[in-house]
Structure formats: structure tokens, C-alpha cells
Design a binder for this molecule. Structure first.
Ligand SMILES: [Zn+2]
Length: 271
């Protein structure tokens, strides 16, 4: 599943091809994604210039003059830029064609993604409005997370994965950040000192920044026609490394299940 770094990498990959381009057509081949693509999207968007290509949480949106096209990649979606002559494949559900004769094409085999329209301010959209701050924004700081954690009895892992608290900390990055911060993922959120919360905030920012940086090296793939553009193999410290030695102490990495999701951690390094 594309997580925040993949989505940000996708945004950076498509932006140069779309910024300030006029939309000349929108072709919808499959309306039935997670939510139906609005039937009138072509008439709403055609003729308008793409002013900005932005990201909020795991949503990419194309900001036009009268509103925004919101795109979510769901479980298996990917975006690519191709020439107008490139024939669509089976799971290519929507094309947004711009004035340079390039196409922004969404491929989504499992159809859990979405393409929606929001007139006016994007922050008022029902999917966007309830979201917490961006993890890389200054608003997400030690004081903020400590306040949100106080008196909470849920695990620290489930707190940082709660999109009302902070967006974009998916299952992989939660395990990785907690390892970097030396915090046991099972620990109650409300029981963690300010100093350790500070370490965690720094670790979340570092983990996501490194992943975005790593994704940047795959940008050329966005104009290719094969593979999974924007998805990248990552160097992970604990995630998926069950029974392998911890990179710090050599102890075996443990795997447990929390809220139905796998958690990976080092019981010696993380307290
Ligand atoms: Zn260790």
C-alpha cells in the first residue's frame, strides 16, 4: 500500500508535467472506485489550468481555479505520466489529459483508490477536514504530541497511527520510528515522558524524510510505462525483520500483533 513517502514521491514525480498546464480532456473508463468518480468531472475540469499539485496526508490534489481534483491511491493505485499515444491497459481507470498532450493516468487493480471533486477550499472536504497535522509540519511538535498522548491508555503505536492525531504514519513507519526513538510499541501513550515524546517526534520526522529522500531517486520511473512508479524498496531497521538481529544490539527482532496489524520491535532497545 502506498504510504505517505510514496504519495509524496508520486506528487513530486507528476508535478513538473502538470503545473500550469491546461486540462484538455478527462477520460473515465471505470467509475466504480472506492467512491464513484463524479460523472461530471470532465465538464467541471476541462479548460481549467492546474495551478498547483499538492498533497495532504495521502491525498494528492490538483488545484484548479474553481476547485480541486482529489486523488487517493488506495491499496494498489499508481500514477504515471505518459504520452497521448500510449494505449491504456486493463486497470487504467482515468486519464487527465493536459495541453502538452501528456496524460496523467491512474492505474488501480484493486479499485480502492478514488478520484473526487471538491469545489472551493480543499480543507472543507469531508475526508480532509477531520485530519490531524502533517508529520513534517512545525505544528506537529513535542508539545502537541505530548498533549494528545496525556491520559490516553491506548498504545503509543496506535496513537501515532491515528490520523486524527497526525497523518501519514502508516504501519511500516510507526514500527521504524518507535525503534529509532527506543520506545516499546506496547507502552501506554499517556505514560511516556516529555523527553521521550520529543525523541519520538524527531524519529517520525526523520523516518519519513529519509523515505521521501530515498523515493526521490526513482522519479525517472514516472514517465516509464512498466513497473510500479513511485514505489521503492527501502532499507528498514525493524519492519519485516522477524528473528533477524537488531542493527543496534544484535538481539532478535520480535513480531507481535496490535489492532490486527504486525508490529516489529527490539525488546532490548525499546522500553
Ligand atoms: Zn536492539
Amino acid at each position: 500500500m502506498p504510504e505517505l513517502p510514496e504519495v509524496e514521491t508520486s506528487r513530486r514525480g507528476i508535478e513538473p508535467h502538470l503545473h500550469n498546464r491546461k486540462i484538455s480532456d478527462v477520460i473515465i473508463r471505470q467509475h466504480k472506485l472506492r467512491w464513484p468518480i463524479p460523472k461530471n468531472l470532465p465538464s467541471l475540469a476541462t479548460g481549467q489550468k492546474i495551478r498547483q499539485v499538492c498533497r495532504r496526508a495521502k491525498y494528492i490534489y490538483l488545484k484548479l481555479d474553481s476547485g480541486s481534483i482529489i486523488i487517493h491511491l488506495g491499496m494498489s493505485g499508481s500514477l504515471r505520466i505518459c504520452s497521448a499515444k500510449t494505449a491504456p491497459q486493463k486497470h487504467d481507470h482515468i486519464d487527465i489529459i493536459v495541453s502538452s498532450n501528456k496524460i496523467l493516468r491512474l492505474r488501480d487493480p484493486r479499485k480502492f483508490g478514488c478520484v473526487l471533486w471538491q469545489p472551493g477550499d480543499i480543507d472543507e472536504h469531508k475526508l480532509i477536514a477531520p485530519l490531524g497535522p502533517e508529520p513534517l509540519d512545525d505544528e506537529f511538535d513535542t508539545r502537541y504530541l505530548h498533549d494528545r498522548a496525556s491520559k490516553r491508555t491506548c498504545s503509543i503505536k496506535s496513537l501515532i497511527m491515528n490520523s486524527h492525531i497526525v497523518v501519514g504514519v502508516g504501519n511500516i513507519y510507526a514500527s521504524e520510528a518507535l525503534f529509532r526513538a527506543g520506545i516499546n510499541p506496547k507502552r501506554k501513550a499517556g505514560n511516556i515522558s516529555l523527553l521521550r515524546i520529543q525523541k519520538l517526534v524527531d524519529a517520525i520526522k526523520l523516518t519519513l524524510s529519509l523515505a521521501i529522500e530515498q523515493g526521490g531517486t526513482t522519479l525517472r520511473d514516472f514517465t516509464g510505462s512498466s513497473g510500479q512508479p513511485g514505489y521503492f524498496a527501502q532499507k528498514l531497521l525493524v519492519y519485516g525483520r522477524t528473528s533477524e538481529p537488531c542493527t543496534v544490539c544484535g538481539n532478535n527482532i520480535k513480531q507481535i500483533t496490535q489492532q490486527g496489524r504486525s508490529t516489529f520491535y527490539c525488546a532490548r532497545c525499546q522500553r
